[in-house]
Design a protein around this ligand. Structure first.
Ligand code: FMN
Length: 319
């Protein structure tokens, strides 16, 4: 989720090269990782590679290729941009400041706004041998753009082997690169009376269904402050931080997560933000496997093991 609780929006700029014919692979992967995808196509991508109606159905949005006309939908604001596949033509024109396609104009503006952008080229070794491509890649990198080109990114293939190169096109690299640049998320781990507080979001985050109350850390906020605020906003419960349990890149969403153990001060947990949260539940240890089948991050699990055992002892003593 983003700071203002929208799902995160990924503009996907599609240029006219082979992988454009398989763009559904990328959209599906991005959806699985919790992105809402809005596609922008170059004229060459439109003419040679895309099935617009399929893509519209898959993304839930029109595919934009030109300036907005009356009746066209307006896209939600972009949190990040992926240029997949990026052609020799678009990379060189973008770096040279040319905006003679709608896609290039969007790229120029979003570059200027400092929105995170990842570029995954698809070029053969004949095009790659032109010095201008290296100059353009360097120019874009200087503008803060992540160009996934070279040993740890896309490696050019020999001419006439583009067909086989498609099978190993590393789509995931564009998402990995963007997710690292999004603000980290603070999650609140709260145990009371031998139960853990979990929420279910209206919009599923990747493969996650039930999860800790959580949200993006805002500018000037610590992880603990963000966790306490998110619990209040999502469930109405007032909590204080007791301990930061650990930090990791989440294997399902790719987001940096900071887990903060919190203690309840006052209030009753309920759905406070109904446009974002569907359900709030206090769960016993025995229910956790069913609600969170993929398990918890190790330091979080260790914390839960200790507290759930302690709380269970307490509640047995008091009953
Ligand atoms: C079938 C086909 C395959 C192409 N493959 C590539 C490619 O792999 N890489 C590339 O940079 N251009 C490739 N092109 C050329 C681009 O489509 C062409 O340079 C076009 O002007 C790119 O425009 P765009 O950058 O606005 O999408 C291909 C064109 C066609 C028709």
């Amino acid at each position: 989720m983003t700071a203002d609780n929208r799902s995160k929006v990924l503009y996907t700029v599609i240029c006219g090269a082979g992988p454009a014919g398989r763009i559904e692979t990328f959209v599906t992967l991005a959806n699985e990782r919790g992105w809402e995808v809005c596609c922008i196509a170059t004229p060459a991508a439109m003419t040679h590679f895309l099935d617009l109606s399929d893509l519209r159905e898959l993304t839930g949005h029109q595919v934009r290729h030109d300036y907005r006309r009356e009746g066209d939908e307006s896209f939600p604001r972009a949190d990040a941009v992926a240029v997949v596949p990026a052609t020799y033509n678009t990379i060189n024109k973008w770096a040279a400041g040319i905006t003679d396609t709608y896609a290039l104009n969007v790229l120029a503006e979003l570059t200027g706004l400092g929105i995170p952008i990842a570029v995954l080229p698809f070029v053969n070794t004949a095009l790659a041998a032109n010095r201008v491509l290296d100059r353009s890649v360097d120019e874009l990198r200087r503008s803060g753009i992540t160009v996934l080109y070279g040993p740890s990114g896309f490696r050019p293939h020999p001419p006439r082997t583009g067909g086989t190169a498609l099978d190993r096109y590393p789509w995931h690299l564009a998402l990995d690169a963007l997710e690292i640049r999004l603000p980290p998320v603070a999650a609140a781990v709260i145990v009371e009376n031998a139960k853990v507080l979990l929420v279910r979001r209206l919009v599923q985050e990747g493969s996650l269904s039930w999860q800790f109350p959580a949200g993006e850390i805002e500018a000037g906020e610590s992880a603990a402050e963000a966790a306490v605020r998110e619990v209040r906003e999502e469930t109405g419960l007032s909590v204080i931080e007791s301990q930061v349990l650990g930090e990791r890149v989440h294997p399902s969403t790719g987001r940096t997560m900071i887990y903060v153990a919190c203690e309840v001060v006052s209030g009753t947990a309920r759905v406070e933000e109904s446009e974002e949260i569907a359900e709030v539940e206090w769960l016993e240890r025995g229910q956790l496997g069913e609600y969170v089948p993929h398990g918890f991050y190790e330091p979080v699990q260790a914390h839960l093991d200790v507290l759930l055992a302690m709380n269970a002892d307490d509640s047995q003593r008091s009953s």
